[in-house]
Structure formats: structure tokens, C-alpha cells
Ligand binder design. Structure first.
Ligand code: NAD
Length: 432
């Protein structure tokens, strides 16, 4: 099937590449010409495990193409919008990218086409896109909502073997096209869940808001464990064994970040407000997360005082989570601001995300070339992202390197007893 994907970020590039992998003929379009050039050469502009190999394989097979011009899309049967929907000044999802692309697309479609919203968009957007395109063309088309549930860091495997595919459409014709498009997945047993557009749009917000709620809830339990002398690791094991709860998203830490949870919780909260509905749980989820992002700095201040001038902190991890270079809403950014604002020196290392952070803090902090390099001359270590390579580091080596023998672990990657045995003062989250 001929497929076009507009926008080639984490969602669009993965969607386009994976659909070409299962045999579709895909053209990906992006307004960023330098990105398009890189992708044509077989380079991925983002870090996502397994993506580059798949990209190169499908370019070589002649199934995956890139363009910077919407007019080069050659009569696709399906067009995906994988465009940004960041919060606008009020916190609502900014639909301007999607609406602008939909307007431009009206010129391009020559025959019946299915337009698919893969961007996360509020209820009512499918109708809005339909109205915009219908005002510009006489050609028959349908608009479908097909929210994406992939996780950065696992995007390729999530797309190739998803838990479910959600399709929202009231058109039988569009549903048939989508069923054919996803047949390589459904024949492998992936459930295709069909519903109306509004429900599909709501499903994505509901799923992300629920996961964010789980994280904020567990962060509150972690804080309570610290106050009462309980250990959140044991509590998680005991709770998570209940299949009604499950043990995923139950790690206490320093708050959720990334390009999705913060903006999607806020957007659903705003949608509720537009309907005069007070979505109380989401208010609390956001408040808790804001507070939790400051927990690590609070532990530092409690230990070392407000004035941190003369102190050097090694910082392990900048990405909002491991296996991605994405730093949108990453807790690391707030921690850097707080530490630098108190006069501290920060030596940061991240396997993939340093280039992105350098754009935000070009001179304010130093960038180390390895985890060990970041420890050089440091008084204390902060663990901000739980990359696997950090977990393997020997506590004795940390005790040898760190002048104050202090470790603030925002991700609970080390065992408290082992750290104490190595002579380290180890402060983590929710462990008594
Ligand atoms: P992104 O910022 O990584 O990528 C967006 C891309 O769109 C960029 O490459 C940008 O250059 C391009 N673009 C902007 N305007 C354009 C235009 N007019 N024409 C063509 N290209 C244009 O975004 P993302 O993380 O891939 O997210 C896209 C959507 O998918 C958002 O709504 C997001 O909420 C949703 N989503 C994201 C994830 C995730 O993990 N990142 C997961 C599920 C859903």
C-alpha cells in the first residue's frame, strides 16, 4: 500500500520505517530539510535502538523514501500526521502543525485517501481536520484517529509488536483500508480495537494520564516510606505482585518527564476545564510531579546547605529516561538550573542526550566524555537517569573518586547496603 507520513520525529520516522519493513511503499515528509538529507543518507536524526539498521535496510530495498515537499507525495492511499502537538501558552494541545499540514494536503490528494491522526490530539480534532480539508477539496477522503502508544527507547519493538492497535473511525471504507494496512500485524495476533474517532482520541489521553497517575502515586508512597521508615522497594514488590496492579510504572523516582506525559496530562486537564469539569486527580498528579522533580535538590540542600559554591557534582544521566536522547521536560534540566543557581559546578554525562542539553546549557555546565570522566574532581554524584552502564559501576570506585563520598540517587539504581559497606553516604528515594 502507498503510505505517506508527515513529520519524521520519534513517532513519524518509526511509523514510516516500520510500515516499510512490513512491505508498504512509504514516503516520509518533513519540513526540516537537513533532517531529510540525513535520513536519505540512512542516518537517523534521533537515537532509537534498532531504528538506523531498519531505515538503511528499507531505503536499500526501495520501500522507504524521504522528501521535504508535501507536493512530492505520490497519491498515497493513507497519510499519517505525526506532527508535534506541544502545549500552547494556556496548556491546550497546539493543533496548528496538524491543521496547517491538513490544509496543504488538500491540494495533494487526487483520489479517495485516508488521513490518519497519529499525533496525540484532543477529542474533536478528527472533525476539525475533516472540516479543514473538506473546505479545500472535492476529492473523497476520511479522517481516522490512530493514536500511537510506542515508548521512546523501545519504539521499534513497540511498533513492530504492539499490545494493541486502536483505530477510531465512523467510516466503514476507512476502517477497511486501515485493516488492510495493519494486516501484517493483525495476522501475528495483534488486536485491532476499533471505535469512533472521539473515543480513540480520548483513549490516548486516558492511557497516558493513567500511567502518569501511577507514577505520581508511587512517588507519594515513596515519600511516605521515607517519613515512616518503610522501604518502597519492598512495598513495590508486595503491591506489584497483584495482577490488578502490576509492577510496571511503580518505581519511586524524581518525577516523570518527556514529550508526552507532562503535556498530555495538562491537555486532558484543560479539556476538562473547557467542559467546566474539575478533573481533581490530574491536578494532584501534576502538583506531585512538580514537587517530586525538586526532591533530589532538596536532599542536597538538606545535607550541604543552600549555598553550593565550591561544590562539584558529577551528574549521571540527562535524558528523561534511558535509551533515548529526548530531554523534553527532563528532570535533569530543572536540577541543573537549581544547582547552578546555588553556585555549584556540574559535570554531566549521558550516553546519548548531551548534544541536546548543550543547546540549552552551552556554557553553564561541563560535559564529560564518560561516566568515570564525570567523577573526576567531584565531591558528590547525582544519578538522574538509570542508564544500564551506570548500574554496573563498582561502589568502591565511587568511594575512591568522590571527595565527600556522597551519592544522591534519584532512580534507586544501587543497593543501599552495598553502598554503605563501600563507605558511601547514599541517599535514594523512598528507602526509609
Ligand atoms: P517530534 O517533535 O519528535 O517530531 C515532529 C516532526 O514533525 C519534526 O521532525 C518536525 O520537523 C516535523 N514537522 C513540524 N512541522 C511540520 C510540517 N508542517 N510538515 C512536516 N513536518 C513537520 O514529535 P514526536 O515525539 O514524534 O511526536 C509527534 C506526535 O506524536 C505528538 O502529538 C506526540 O504527542 C505523539 N506521540 C509521541 C510519542 C513519543 O514517544 N515521542 C508517543 C506517542 C505519541
Amino acid at each position: 500500500m502507498k503510505v505517506a507520513v508527515i513529520g519524521t520525529g520519534y513517532v513519524g520516522l518509526v511509523t514510516g520505517t516500520c510500515l516499510s519493513e512490513v512491505g508498504h511503499d512509504v514516503v516520509c515528509m518533513d519540513i526540516d530539510e537537513s533532517k531529510v538529507e540525513r535520513m536519505r543518507r540512512g542516518e537517523t536524526p534521533i537515537y532509537e535502538p534498532g531504528l538506523e539498521e531498519l531505515l538503511q535496510k528499507n531505503i536499500a530495498a526501495g520501500r522507504l523514501h524521504f522528501t521535504a515537499s508535501i507536493h512530492e507525495l505520490k497519491e498515497p492511499a493513507v497519510v499519517f500526521f505525526a506532527l508535534p502537538t506541544p502545549p500552547n501558552g494556556d496548556g491546550d494541545a497546539d493543533l496548528s502543525y496538524v491543521i496547517a499540514a491538513a490544509k496543504n494536503l488538500a491540494d495533494v490528494i487526487k483520489d479517495y485517501t485516508v488521513l490518519v491522526n497519529k499525533s496525540t490530539v484532543p477529542v474533536g480534532t478528527a472533525q476539525q481536520v475533516r472540516d479543514v480539508v473538506a473546505a479545500e477539496t472535492e476529492v473523497a477522503f476520511d479522517v481516522v484517529s490512530n493514536p500511537e502508544f510506542l515508548k521512546e527507547g523501545f519504539a521499534v519493538s513497540d511498533f513492530m509488536a504492539p499490545d494493541r492497535i486502536v483505530i477510531g473511525s465512523s467510516s466503514k471504507r476507512a476502517l477497511a483500508v486501515m485493516a488492510e494496512l495493519y494486516q501484517p500485524f493483525t495476522t501475528e495476533g495483534v488486536p485491532l480495537i476499533t471505535m469512533d474517532e472521539a473515543s480513540a482520541e480520548m483513549t490516548k489521553y486516558a492511557a497516558n494520564s493513567f500511567l502518569a497517575t501511577k507514577i505520581s502515586f508511587m512517588n507519594e508512597i515513596g515519600n511516605m516510606c521515607e517519613l515512616t521508615g518503610a522501604n518502597v522497594d519492598f512495598v513495590r514488590a508486595g503491591m506489584g505482585a497483584d495482577p490488578r496492579i502490576g509492577n510496571r510504572f511503580l518505581n519511586a523516582g524524581i518525577g516523570y518527564g518527556g514529550s508526552c506525559f507532562p503535556k498530555d496530562v495538562l491537555a486532558l486537564h484543560r479539556t476538562a476545564g473547557h467542559h467546566d469539569y474539575d478533573f481533581k486527580i490530574l491536578t494532584a498528579v501534576m502538583d506531585v510531579n512538580q514537587r517530586q522533580k525538586k526532591v533530589l535538590v532538596q536532599k542536597i540542600v538538606d545535607r550541604l546547605g543552600e549555598n553550593l559554591s565550591g561544590k562539584t557534582f558529577a551528574m549521571w544521566g540527562l535524558a528523561f529516561k534511558p535509551d533515548t536522547d529526548d530531554i523534553r521536560e527532563a528532570p535533569s534540566l530543572e536540577i541543573i538550573r537549581e544547582l547552578v543557581g546555588r553556585g555549584a559546578k556540574v559535570q554531566a554525562y549521558d550516553p546519548e542526550a548531551a548534544t541536546n542539553v548543550k543547546r540549552v546549557f552551552p556554557t553553564e555546565i561541563e560535559y564529560a566524555s564518560s561516566a568515570l570522566d564525570a567523577l573526576h574532581g567531584a565531591d558528590a554524584l547525582l544519578v538522574v537517569t538509570e542508564w544500564k552502564e551506570f548500574i554496573a559501576v563498582e561502589p568502591q570506585m565511587l568511594a575512591h573518586q568522590l571527595k565527600d563520598k556522597l551519592v544522591f540517587d534519584g532512580r534507586n539504581i544501587f543497593d543501599p547496603a552495598t553502598m554503605a559497606n563501600a563507605g558511601l553516604t547514599y541517599l535514594s528515594i523512598g528507602r526509609g
